[in-house]
Ligand binder design. Structure first.
Ligand SMILES: [Zn+2]
Length: 99
């Protein structure tokens, strides 16, 4: 979806945009963080869509065990237990067969 002109955050939130002093409804870009394009209202997700994002992330990395390994490797790098090359090797191995 394309907007004819940039909208301020407040305009997107209210669903209104001023055109020559008049207000008209505009089709809104969704702000649900799962990426579905729907309006989440005041939260980050519409009901049930946090699981959509969770499932997508797990799938992108190749499964729950791969995600666990990625998080573990990142934490080990952060704490100094793992060097940069080891972390990068883990990342390349996890994503090389999926991309
Ligand atoms: Zn969504």
């Amino acid at each position: 979806m394309t907007m004819p002109f940039p909208l301020r955050t407040s305009e997107v939130r209210t669903g209104r945009v001023s055109v020559s002093g008049d207000f008209k409804k505009v089709e809104l870009m969704g702000d649900c963080k799962c990426g579905c394009g729907k309006q989440a209202g005041n939260g980050n997700f519409i009901a049930g869509h946090s699981q959509v994002l969770t499932a997508r992330l797990v799938n992108e990395v190749g499964g729950l065990f791969s995600l666990q390994e990625l998080v573990r490797s990142a934490k080990e790098y952060s704490s100094g237990e793992k060097c940069q090359e080891e972390l990068l090797g883990t990342i390349q191995r996890l994503f090389s067969v999926k991309m």
